[in-house]
Write a protein that binds this ligand. Structure first.
Ligand code: CA
Length: 649
């Protein structure tokens, strides 16, 4: 290395570097069309750069080595009149007499395991009808369902064709049913019936922890990025031909759109799989990652390294990448992993740039506060306490999550639904879209009870309620769902929460982190749908979702509207919460909504406002139709929610 890491860290912030080497054009990487192919690489310290061309994505020698031309701002280029679609390449960089070989950070395609990049004419990867593909117009509601490509279709009971199990292509199979019984829908048909509007897909860019040339029983969540702008190969039917994974991911997105859902991509810009091996750090030594004063990599992510998003060319890389996915793959939203490690300026630029051409794309992420060695002063991180600095970006509400079921790291603690005595006020703030001391508007709150991290909802409830009956635990589960599905903000659920998903390890314990557990642990178990208990829970979620979609007063977008139209009811039994929501607001067609949450083991009586009220949600049922009509006062059963709509007079 030319200088040690600390010297380099200083060098990248010098006036000399900033004036001479910040490249602003939007054309790094390879542009390949019928008219020709251009290669551009940013490598300021290189003395010379060679482009190596290969027939295949791995193995074999370069058939051509081409010296690249030095351009301004540290960029190297080479242009061919040929359309080099399908040609694999890497770069050989000479620096201080040493040679470094690297793939292209801006690669749009790659060979098996992402070690070699591939030139691609993207037009040739488009499935039939792709130019007409667009986000479905399904109304203003956003209810996000988080799933993993492989967990979705790996279970044989799902009825997917054998060759597509665990692959992008499974999403293109419509009208699948449980063991082909023709009765219980699985796959996208199942999700359509459930009613969620957006599918958030766990990492589907190229990651490093699964061997794409290995057995297809390997499993990983994929939070270990290698090629940020290339689809993961292990989900493709052929990982060795770079165009296949692109086409098949597009087919998946097209199928999800056709089925009526938006697609949200889980992106992990906060760290890379291996900081030393990562291509940007190879090409521009240590530029991509933060370094501590002792020369070690900063590790706020707990994944070995943190991305130096405050550096101009890293920021540009992140902005270009998100924009590319929105433009080329028609992605409708982005979930940022550990966004508390990325500076607010970068996130605001991402939001602004993407919204220029895709105004409805949504952005949210994990805004936890973490220690990280930011390389220069004056930058704020995108954390919950800084939420007002990033108004176009929403945050997972761990405030609500932990209040509902108990603290995520102390798994024997109870939550509001399981009998904790001191969490009603926290739940109240969350219900109003103003969680804890960080959230000032429902537009920035992702409301949830469980996601892929930590125990599933039912497992977490079970863990903290020894001696409680299964029936009561399911009531706690359903009360959690009723709270976050009627709260102000954006509801979110982990795949399978609506069918009491469980993750059990080999010794029979509840798994908190199944990132590399086998498929047998992680897959959605479609045959649970045959069990009546599960069906009841599923129907309850389905009813809550339908109710939410039918009531615009549940999706207010700012605190002023909330405070003017929702009243918290006083004088109730301890821990019981009730809210009166005005009709008319935000296009709400009813004359008002009344919501009761009773986490106690005894029924509770609540006085209703004047008039007759249709009960649409109670302990066992949820939907848009009246189960019964009441007036005066009403009794809410133990451990249950009750939601009523004022009858038109
Ligand atoms: Ca990979």
């Amino acid at each position: 290395m030319m200088k040690d890491k600390i010297e380099l860290k200083k060098y990248y912030s010098t006036k000399e570097f900033l004036e001479n080497y910040i490249y602003e054009e939007n054309n790094l990487g390879v542009e390949c069309t019928e008219e020709g192919t251009t290669f551009r690489l940013w490598s300021p310290q290189a003395e010379c750069v060679s482009l190596n061309l290969y027939q295949t994505g791995n193995g074999g020698n370069a058939y051509e080595r081409i010296p690249m031309k030095k351009e301004e701002k540290g960029v190297w280029s080479w242009e061919s009149k040929e359309e080099l679609h399908g040609v694999y390449y890497d770069y050989l960089i000479t620096r201080n007499g040493e040679e470094v070989r690297s793939a292209d950070p801006y690669a749009k395609a790659c060979g098996v395991n992402g070690l070699r990049s591939m030139a691609v004419n993207l037009k040739k990867t488009n499935p039939k009808g792709w130019e007409k593909d667009q986000t479905p117009e399904e109304g203003p509601e956003r209810i996000v369902y988080e799933l993993h490509v492989k967990e979705f279709s790996w279970d044989k009971a799902g009825g997917f064709p054998e060759e597509y199990r665990g692959k992008y292509k499974a999403f293109t199979c419509r009208h699948t049913t449980l063991n082909g019984d023709g009765i219980h829908p699985t796959g996208l048909d199942y999700l359509k019936e459930l009613g969620v509007t957006h599918i958030q897909i766990m990492p589907m860019y190229d990651y490093g922890s699964v061997n794409e040339a290995g057995e297809d029983t390997e499993f990983n969540w994929g939070y270990d990025p290698v090629n940020y702008n290339v689809p993961e190969g292990s989900y493709a039917t052929d990982a060795r031909h770079g165009e296949v994974r692109i086409r098949e991911m597009k087919e998946m997105i097209q199928a999800i759109h056709e089925a009526g859902f938006g697609v949200i991509m889980d992106v992990v810009y906060n760290h890379v799989y291996n900081a030393s091996d990562f291509c940007v750090n190879q090409i521009v030594p240590g530029y991509f990652s933060r370094v501590n004063e002792d020369g070690t990599y900063s590790n706020g992510s707990d994944c070995g390294n943190d991305t130096a998003s405050e550096r101009s060319m890293v920021r540009k890389y992140i902005v270009d990448s998100v924009k590319y996915w929105a433009d080329e793959y028609h992605i409708d939203g982005f979930r940022f992993d550990l966004v508390g490690l990325i500076d607010t300026e970068t996130i605001n630029e991402v939001v602004t740039e993407v919204h220029k051409t895709h105004p409805d794309v949504i952005f949210y992420g994990e805004g936890w506060t973490m220690d990280t060695a930011v390389t220069k002063d004056g930058y704020k991180m995108t954390t919950q306490p800084n939420s007002t600095d990033v108004p176009g970006f929403a945050f997972f509400s761990d405030t609500l999550r932990d209040a509902l079921k108990g603290h995520v790291f102390y798994t024997t603690r109870k939550g509001y639904v399981s009998g904790a005595a001191d969490l009603a006020d926290t739940v109240k703030g969350c219900f109003l879209g103003q969680a804890g001391d960080w959230c000032t508007t429902p537009a920035q709150s992702i409301n949830y009870a469980s996601c892929h991290d930590n125990m599933t909802l039912l497992d977490r409830i079970t863990r903290s309620t020894p001696g409680v009956s299964e029936e009561d635990r399911i009531r706690m589960n359903n009360l959690s769902a009723a709270i976050y599905m009627t709260a102000q903000g954006i509801p979110f659920l982990q795949a399978g929460e609506e069918m009491l998903r469980t993750k059990i390890d080999a010794s029979g314990g509840f798994l908190e982190n199944s990132y590399n557990s086998p498929d047998s642990v992680n897959s959605i178990k479609w045959d649970t749908l045959e069990d009546e208990t599960y069906q009841n829970v599923y129907n309850y979620y389905k009813g809550l979702i339908a109710f939410r979609k039918a009531h615009a007063a549940l999706r207010l977008t700012n605190a002023d509207d909330v405070n003017a139209n929702i009243t918290s009811v006083d004088g109730l039994d301890e821990n019981v919460l009730a809210f009166r929501i005005n009709g008319g607001v935000n296009g709400e067609t009813s004359d008002g909504i009344f919501v009761i949450f009773n986490p106690n083991n005894a029924a509770t009586s609540v006085t209703l406002p004047d008039g007759a009220w249709d009960v649409c949600v109670d302990a066992d049922h949820a939907g848009t139709e009246a189960l019964t009509t009441v007036s005066g006062s009403v009794s809410a059963e133990p451990i249950s929610a009750m939601v009523l709509v004022k009858k038109k007079s």
